[in-house]
Write a protein that binds this ligand. Structure first.
Ligand code: SF4
Length: 361
């Protein structure tokens, strides 16, 4: 039996091809696209503006949903964490982070992750598999429906970040295809300018991204300005070291649009990479490569009991930031959200959350 087509992963052109195969005109493809992405309907039966015969044929050959929400947790700060499963049983995690006029959905690009960042819980899962285009898109559909209700327009200002489980640049083509589908104004209408994807340093794809016109913003997870320490914290550094990573970053900087910057993320690990010297090394690295249109996001590590790291103190984070700023580097501290439900950065590991409100069993 051939596998059914996951309709959320089809571009408009692909949908037109599908409709044409059933002898249906082009505008039927637009109806289906709008029903799935703009109205976010969850069954073919609900698309009542389609002829019954077409709906029946869609039902036979395609599927609207390939993700099931197994659990949902809500943090005291309003962050929602969704534990989903693909129809073939692989975990997918998605997080909704509310913020006045600027809600953010953090999606996953892989089930698990093959990179072995030492400070990350997801790394413990290993790679289960890449997510399909439809599975990336459907995470957003599920969250929007849960938060705002089915059919309610995506609120303007909704941001996406590709910082959930997985290394997005190891699933590059599916990622870019999914973002194009989500940018369509007849669908979710979340344009690339509202999307940021984060890489641990897959250097060839940084060059590729620089050449994509409708690309999202990029963040590079750095976490150390020394090859020796970065080899340990983020072993991908052994494949592409800091010199190679910074050269790619320099080329990416040259491709930035007017007023755009890109981000270096720096997970702060108490007593490991958070000294004044580490801050000066980081500023020196950016100076050496003359990287000016960048900002640094400092992310206090989200301590989890399975990891041998602790969080840098607030004073240390503030001091690290001050050192960077004294060297002319824009630095920000990302306040942790959803720590109590294991939804914060580096905590996604298909884990049940203790002491919190579980909404869906
Ligand atoms: S930090 Fe990101 S890239 Fe590194 S292991 Fe975790 S999920 Fe993978």
């Amino acid at each position: 039996m051939t596998e059914k087509i996951h309709i959320a992963g089809l571009s408009r052109a692909e949908l037109e091809e599908l409709a044409a195969g059933f002898g249906e005109p082009k505008y039927r493809a637009t109806q289906v696209f709008k029903a799935v992405h703009e109205r976010r309907l969850r069954s073919f039966d609900e698309i009542t503006d389609l002829p019954k015969k077409f709906r029946a044929r869609l039902e036979e050959s395609a599927i609207i949903s390939r993700l099931n929400v197994e659990s949902k947790y809500v943090s005291t700060d309003g962050t929602r964490r969704y534990l989903m499963k693909t129809t073939d049983g692989n975990p997918v995690e998605t997080v909704f982070i509310p913020s006045e006029g600027r809600d953010t959905i953090c999606f996953s690009s892989q089930s698990g992750c093959p990179l072995k960042c030492d400070f990350c819980l997801t790394a413990k899962l290993g790679l289960l598999r890449n997510l399909t285009v439809g599975e990336i898109v459907e995470q957003i559909i599920i969250v929007l429906n849960d938060v705002y209700g089915v059919g309610v327009e995506t609120p303007h200002g909704t941001n996406l970040v590709g910082m959930g489980a997985g290394e997005p640049f190891l699933n590059f083509e599916n990622l870019i295809s999914a973002l194009r589908i989500m940018a369509d104004e007849d669908g979710l209408f979340i344009v690339p300018n509202r999307v940021t994807v984060s890489t641990a340093g897959i250097v060839p794809r940084i060059y590729d991204l620089a050449n994509i016109e409708d690309r999202p913003h990029m963040a590079i997870s750095l976490s150390s300005a020394s090859d020796e320490l970065r080899d340990r914290l983020m072993p991908i550094n052994k494949r592409w070291n800091l010199g190679e990573l910074m050269s790619a970053a320099k080329e990416f900087e040259a491709s930035l649009r007017r007023g755009e910057r890109f981000t270096f993320e720096y997970v702060m690990l108490g007593g490991v990479n958070d000294s004044d010297r580490d801050a000066n090394d980081l500023a020196g690295l950016l100076e050496r490569y003359q990287l000016r249109r960048v900002k640094v996001n400092l992310i206090p590590h989200n301590g989890a009991e399975q990891l041998d790291y602790s969080t840098s103190s607030e004073e240390r984070v503030a001091r690290f930031k001050a050192v960077l700023e004294s060297r002319g580097v824009s630095a920000y501290v990302r306040s942790p959200r959803g720590r109590d439900i294991y939804a914060a950065c580096g905590q996604l590991a298909a884990k049940d959350s203790p002491s919190l409100v579980q909404i869906v069993a």
